[in-house]
Design a binder for this molecule. Structure first.
Ligand code: TPP
Ligand code: MG
Length: 676
């Protein structure tokens, strides 16, 4: 598809502070042209939706152009970071590409920037630091923080702009991100697009005390200001110095933009909740026609009419061209879930001589190696710096690498994970420690929707390691969870669960060089379970595959994590007392699941046992059993045996916890019962 040639007035996507003084006519018309392009395109997109040509939904930015267009023009498209919202077509148009890119997105055709995998305005241009939004409001703030910080770390004086609505400003993510940006002194312009409504909910049902949202800035220790909709040149004059101040000082600022929502929430919105006369009052304040009138007065009708006519023809040409693009092809979709496997890093073959280490120490050595050899790596988490982490896995690293590489985070798992995502998308390689795996539930949206879908929907890599101290060690319901089936029921994450110090060392290296989010489950009961040799292992990538840890012909047992040790003890006993030799596989990698060696083993033994510490119902074992048995050619000699924890919250007292999770005695009892 050849994109129609854009009118000359759209040739420049920039506005510098001096332009309005040095070339008042040219710069005024340029602002107008981008605003008008956005408005007419938004209106035409709405019409195409109503005609059934565009599906899904359409949330227009009509009424937002006065703010988003000057802002986008003012930013430095070569280094700055943005994430526009569902009211941001004007910003998207200025930032990148061509109207046809955006129409292709709405039409979800074969040339859509999200490869038609996402609809509506959920696209961006990650290669040019326009981060694609997800629907979950507030969730994009963290990634803007991370990507802007990543730019700074690469030595670029970037500013990040995080847009969100008045309704979105109630989300935890927004509050967490405001605090984080202030704390880390990040160069972020937070823009609240306050249009007075969140869908049908008016401000007085959203906020307890008025709508002076910019005043919240003070509470976060940052500057705040409000802008009212009006002549976009005044906005440019006001915002230009603000952006440059943020750039120079690397301090965040909160801007409340009092804006308008001229076409309701979305295409299907009946707007019957508006107060009488409110819609007319909005229309009367619409800055676009008011600005047009001012330009006609200043420059004469002919010049403005000419811009309108040129844009109208261009927009219709673009629509015709985009409609002619073929529909998307579902082939290749599954293969594209993950970013491709990269070449191995050129790791130094160190430590050459094996050291006798606990798993916690093995992980520590691996993280130190990554920090030493990969300058783009960053370790972050709560209490991980001077304290060395709740389990001392990061001990000593802060002293060696400093705050820029080993970063204590506030208690804000969602924004901090969003921040890590932004770092990752922009070329850094964060390793985030959750104090306990349990607290990763605070960041489920960021992990499962923002990070895990990133490659599929945008083509961008998101190389992020999430370290999850897991399992029951006497700490009750909220410090003991095994969350692999919760997370892995969603697509797009890789997952490793090592059972030995060497595997943990290898897993950390393998995860840190992957270009996808990788969950690294670390059983707390294994952190200090004896010392074992750990050294550089050229075959470290083998952790992506299961390991046969015991040979046998009677049955095949599949397990992972701490349960590997339980299985070994139980199998020793069963071999000695019952002469039943059980073949044991340590899965090591839970995603992508590789059962290529295990399936033939089960075919040979004819019996399958799955053992894990996580709960039974919807447990990971159900998936393993299904995958192994659904393709089996011969019937098994016995029904598969699943050994797992009880379907309960993790109970606290050690007697109760022992009854809750599989023990050596219970494993033996269940297997012998199953054998007879
Ligand atoms: C976290 C979350 N909850 C609910 C929704 C559903 N939803 C979509 S738009 C919207 C209203 C958003 O209001 P606001 O943030 O003021 O933005 P506006 O649409 O007014 O620009 C809601 C509730 C969502 N997208 N995300
Ligand atoms: Mg709103």
């Amino acid at each position: 598809m050849a994109f129609p040639k854009a009118p000359a007035i759209l040739a420049s996507r920039d506005l510098r502070g001096a332009d309005l003084a040095s070339d008042p006519a040219g710069s005024s018309l340029r602002i107008y042209a981008w605003m008008r392009l956005a408005r007419v395109a938004d209106d035409r997109i709405l019409e195409l939706f109503r005609q059934g040509v565009i599906r899904g939904t359409v949330t227009g930015g009509q009424g937002n152009e006065w703010m988003v267009v000057p802002l986008a023009l003012l930013l430095d498209k070569a280094i700055d970071v943005v994430c526009f919202t569902h009211r941001g077509l004007g910003g998207h148009l200025v930032w990148s590409g061509h109207l046809c890119d955006h129409l292709n997105q709405y039409l979800a055709n074969a040339m859509s920037p999200t490869r038609a995998r996402e609809g509506n305005i959920h696209h961006g241009d990650p290669a040019n630091r326009s981060l694609p939004m997800i629907s979950h409001l507030g969730a994009m703030c963290g990634p803007v923080l991370g990507a802007a910080d990543s730019q700074r770390r690469f030595g670029r004086e970037a500013v990040g702009v995080a847009f969100f609505g008045d309704g979105s400003s109630s989300t935890g993510d927004v509050h967490e991100s405001l605090n984080l940006a202030s704390l880390l002194s990040l160069p972020i312009v937070f823009v609240i697009e306050n249009n007075g409504y969140a869908y049908s909910t008016p401000a007085d049902e959203q906020f307890a005390r008025g709508t002076d949202l910019w005043r919240r800035a003070e509470g976060y220790g940052m500057e705040g200001l409000v802008i009212e909709c009006g002549d976009p040149r005044d906005i440019a004059r006001a915002l230009g110095p603000v952006i440059e101040r943020v750039r120079a000082a690397s301090r965040p600022i909160l801007v409340e933009a009092r804006t308008l929502r001229l076409r309701g929430h979305a295409a299907y919105d009946t707007c019957d909740y508006l107060r009488p006369g409110e819609a007319d009052a909005f229309a009367a304040r619409d800055p676009l026609p008011l600005y047009r009138t001012a330009l006609v007065r200043e420059l004469g009708a002919a010049r403005v009419d000419a811009v309108d006519a040129e844009l109208a023809a261009f927009i219709e040409d673009c629509i015709s061209a985009a409609i002619a693009v073929p529909r998307p092809d579902p082939r290749g979709m599954e293969a594209d879930l993950f970013a491709p496997v990269p070449k191995p890093f050129p790791w130094l073959p160190l430590p050459a001589a094996p050291e006798s280490l606990t798993m916690a120490q093995g992980l520590n050595r691996a993280i130190r190696k990554v920090l030493a050899e990969r300058p783009e790596s960053i370790v972050l988490g709560q209490d991980i710096a001077t304290y060395g982490g709740a389990f001392k896995v990061t001990e000593g690293l802060y002293g060696e690498f400093g705050r820029s590489r080993v970063l204590n985070t506030p208690l804000a798992e969602s924004a901090c994970t969003g921040y890590a995502i932004g770092l990752a998308v922009n070329g850094h390689r964060p390793i985030e420690e959750f104090q306990f795996a349990d607290f990763a539930t605070e960041a489920v949206t960021q992990i499962t929707l923002n990070a895990a879908t990133m490659h599929f929907r945008s083509g961008a890599a998101c190389p992020l390691v999430l370290r999850l101290p897991s399992g029951a060690v006497g700490l009750g319901s909220f410090h003991s969870q095994e969350l692999e089936s919760l997370f892995l029921s969603m697509p797009g994450m890789k997952a490793l669960y090592p059972s030995t110090p060497q595997d943990a060392f290898n897993a950390l290296l393998a995860a840190s060089e992957d270009n996808n989010p990788v969950l690294l489950f670390e059983h707390k009961g294994l952190y200090r379970r004896g010392k074992h040799p750990v050294a550089w292992d050229p075959d470290y990538r083998a952790v992506w595959h299961p390991k046969r840890v015991r040979a046998g012909g009677f049955a095949t047992l599949v397990t992972y994590g701490e349960a590997v040790h339980l299985a070994s003890e139980a199998c020793d006993y069963l071999a000695a007392e019952y002469e039943a030799d059980i073949e044991v596989f340590d899965l090591r990698c839970l995603s992508p699941l590789d059962l290529s060696e295990i399936i033939p083993s089960v075919a040979r033994t004819g019996r399958l046992i799955v053992l894990h510490e996580g709960r039974r119902t919807h447990g990971f074992g159900a998936e393993i059993v299904a995958r192994i048995t659904e393709g089996a050619r011969e019937p098994l000699k016995a029904p598969p045996l699943r050994i797992a924890a009880l379907d309960l919250p993790v109970p606290f007292a050690h007697e109760l916890e022992a009854a809750f999770r599989p023990s050596k005695d219970r494993v033996i009892e269940l297997i012998t019962g199953w054998m007879s």
